[in-house]
Design a protein around this ligand. Sequence first.
Ligand code: M6R
Length: 366
Amino acid sequence: EKGGYDHFMIKEIFEQPKSVADCLRGRLNAKNGHLHLGGIHDYANKIVNADRIVILACGTSWHAGLVAEYIFEEFCRISVEVEYASEFRYRNPIIGENDVVIAISQSGETADTLAAIDLAKSKGATIFGVCNVVGSSIPRVTHAGSYTHAGPEIGVASTKAFTAQISVLTMMALMIAQKKGTLSESAYRSLLVELETIPEKIAKCLDLNPQIEIISAKFKDAANFLYLGRGYNFPVALEGALKLKEISYIHAEGYPAAEMKHGPIALIDENMPVVFIGTKDSSYEKIVSNIQEVKARKGEVIAIVTEGDTDIAEIADHIIEVPHTHEALMPLVSVIPLQLLSYHIAVMRGCNVDQPRNLAKSVTVE
Ligand code: M6R
């Protein structure tokens, strides 16, 4: 059932060209400008006219929510708040009929997310679900929603569900942006074309597996890791750190790179590996200076960069080159090497990657 792979996690990482394609299938056809998410069609006007979108989720799904925040705000010009379901449910949140909630959950069974949905619903908000497990509890209590169609995810560390969640949320945002008129026709069309190429670009990242395995061997005994990114790659930094800590038990923290000088920079010395997600985008120059700051303090830098990069290649200790895409879609590509890095490090440390200690695949108690 692991299809020849040693673990479900690596099988699921390698399934991503297909799982993302499955998620887009029947919904997106870039050639004729077609984009249709059946599940949200009837409620699309509600989102177009919403005062605010509140995203509720936990863990990796919360990270997908952060990516969606940037996408919805940029393309739809709707204000978005991303909340941990566990915090939202206990703080008498301000939410009402003009708010739209998007609840994101792979399992559709997370207790905190379910309770947060109930609360928002009781205050009159419209609830959309983005779930993977068909027929699970969350899709049954939402007003509408779209499945991610990533197929069963068995490894406790979420991988293909994350990329499918971002794919669905991107399609949602593009549909709304087009209806709202907040995105030009040409920008909309080129994003559709770009989204359709993502499965191939993920496949190219998977070809980097042998190189990432070699890098992993160099860092498997590290006690700590920092992950830094800016803009769309900031949530990717959080996700990379979560992947590493949950399966390898190495302490890791993700930060927006610019926050480094407000504290974490004090940690940097020759024993601190720092993973930068520094792909070519609007914050590239800024990331280059953040890398220089780390190198000046002897930190060891592993950088995820865009193919053909020269500036970071000169200063980083290790570079991993990923294909170029629109910066809003980059998390779908830049997260892949981080999933592989955490997987190899965990295997080399002899950890049980599919069932890490103290963790359950779905957290059905609070
Ligand atoms: O099933 P859900 O997406 O609601 O689960 C949320 C989190 O429990 C989950 O993403 C968790 O953080 C994963 N183990 C991360 O890999």
